[in-house]
Design a protein around this ligand. Structure first.
Ligand code: HEC
Length: 256
């Protein structure tokens, strides 16, 4: 065998040297994992996009998810938005003013309760499980809590699920991709390694966003980079597995 123009590690095996059964296993895995990634994207859009009024996924959406909205409470948002037609403007002003002044019980009983009873309870009396119950002081309290974003307990729970889950995905992905022929080596290694940096940066930025809103950019960029690496590894692996003819010197490294 003639000297190869680039160094190939003796343990390296290109996809085309692997048995068909193994390539089939890899292909099935890529298909399922690719579908999983699609659903993850749909989920992110469904849960986060549009919170700021813009249907795309923006930095502001991420800030609202993790840090909370600066637009005030759920009730204020509803009165400014979808519920604005449900009551006269001066009544709406009265409710807004009451919230600003601390939402005390005395003012509630004298001023707010009649407005709510007249304009809101037809729908929000608790009989519809999809609408918040606005009947009574204690129920109203739940829609005038300041929105502080996802709470720490939930973040910790999602963090460990994410760190374990994403590590599995990118271990499998990187392992399959390691059989591709990609040069330069540093680039191939970078594509394999970047998702792990991204997941660490992503998860820690959820917490930092609570303290300092611009960290939402890190969440967005890390998520984007991770997706880019995923797509690259997926496409290159699939293509080289079935369609690509690697240069001769890439094969048969065990005879070197
Ligand atoms: C005709 C029925 C109806 C009336 C009357 C009504 N709402 Fe609603 N409200 C809805 C529906 C339906 C939604 C959910 C859909 C949406 O957000 O557009 C909703 C959503 C809300 C929300 C968001 C949280 C949630 O429950 O989903 C708040 C807060 C709210 N309404 C407050 C009020 C207040 C305050 C009034 C009285 C001024 C009022 N609503 C009157 C039907 C009503």
């Amino acid at each position: 065998m003639s000297e190869s123009p680039v160094r190939i590690h003796r343990l390296y095996r290109h996809f085309q040297e692997l048995p068909v059964s193994m390539r089939t296993l890899f292909t099935g895995t890529l298909l399922a994992i690719g579908m999983g990634y699609m659903f993850a994207l749909i989920y992110v859009y469904a849960s986060d996009a549009g919170k700021d009024g813009n249907p795309a996924l923006t930095v502001e959406d991420i800030v609202i998810s993790y840090r909370g909205s600066s637009e005030g409470t759920q009730l204020e948002a509803a009165l400014r938005g979808p519920m604005s037609a449900m009551l006269p403007a001066d009544n709406s002003q009265a409710i807004m003013g009451w919230i600003k002044d601390g939402a005390g019980k005395a003012v509630y009983e004298s001023l707010i309760e009649p407005i709510v009873a007249k304009n809101c309870l037809d729908c929000h009396d608790g009989s519809n499980p999809h609408l918040s119950n606005l009947d009574g002081f204690d129920n109203i309290k739940t829609v005038i809590e300041q929105d502080t974003g996802t709470d720490l307990y939930t973040l910790v729970r999602v963090s460990h699920i994410h760190l374990f889950g994403v590590t599995f995905i990118f271990f499998i992905m990187g392992f399959i991709f390691s059989h591709a022929y990609v040069r330069p080596i540093w680039f191939k290694s970078l594509v394999v390694f970047t998702p792990f940096i991204c997941i660490a940066a992503d998860v820690s930025s959820w917490y930092f966003t609570k303290l300092f809103a611009p960290f939402a950019w890190v969440v967005l960029i890390a998520g984007g980079l991770m997706g880019l690496c995923f797509a690259l590894m997926w496409v290159v692996s699939m293509y080289q597995m079935w369609f690509y003819k690697p240069p001769e010197f890439v094969k048969g490294t065990d005879t070197l």
